[in-house]
Design a protein around this ligand. Structure first.
Ligand code: MG
Ligand code: ZN
Length: 189
């Protein structure tokens, strides 16, 4: 039996409201229907992980400890809705650092793939910016642009070519479930 795919999710503008350089755990706010979409993916057997650029750390705008508290708060809000996340992988660097983990560089997917044991080409990457789509495409993954956060503007500009462009994570769950069903990948009890 095939396994349901791992779904890698951007954080800001995809799961939680995009606040410019979010630095306060109290400002973490789940986007409407985000938890609902993620819960459906979990019920379909998908593992979920977050991959996020957090250059605010490298820029000295907030500490790693603050970032961990922000992620703790996000996980707490998601768990309250029944959603478990397998891992959060972040790039703390600035563009000047020329690291290999700042999206769209593939380092975060490689970290996630090693930690969770999946092939990058078999996952879905979901996000609201071209760097998310380009990251997925760089490793041969399927890509979903959500029209939350910057996604509506990105979709209107056609500045990247995702496999799917949808309104939010609930709609993302629809297309991922359909794609997986069509491929016969979905776990069935
Ligand atoms: Mg984003
Ligand atoms: Zn990095």
């Amino acid at each position: 039996m095939h396994q349901a795919p791992v779904v890698l999710l951007d954080r800001d503008g995809t799961i939680i409201a995009d606040r410019h350089y979010l630095a306060d755990p109290d400002q973490v706010e789940l986007l409407p229907r985000a938890a609902e979409g993620l819960l459906r993916l979990r019920r379909a057997g998908c593992k979920l992980a977050v991959i996020t650029n957090q250059s605010g750390v490298g820029r000295g705008l907030f500490s790693l400890e603050t970032l961990q508290r922000i992620h703790g708060r996000m996980m707490e809000l998601l768990l309250a809705e029944g959603v478990e996340i397998e891992g959060i992988f972040f790039c703390p660097h600035t563009p000047d650092d020329r690291c290999d983990c700042r999206k769209p560089q593939p380092g975060l997917i490689q970290q996630a793939a090693e930690a969770l044991g999946f092939r990058p080409a078999e996952c879905f990457v979901v996000g609201d910016k071209p760097c998310d789509v380009e990251l997925g495409q760089a490793v041969g993954a399927r890509t979903v642009l959500v029209r939350t956060g910057y996604g509506a503007a990105v979709d209107a500009e056609k500045s990247c070519r995702p496999d799917y462009a949808v309104d939010d994570l609930c709609k993302a769950a629809d297309v991922i479930e359909q794609a997986v069903c069509a491929a016969g990948e979905l776990n069935r009890a």
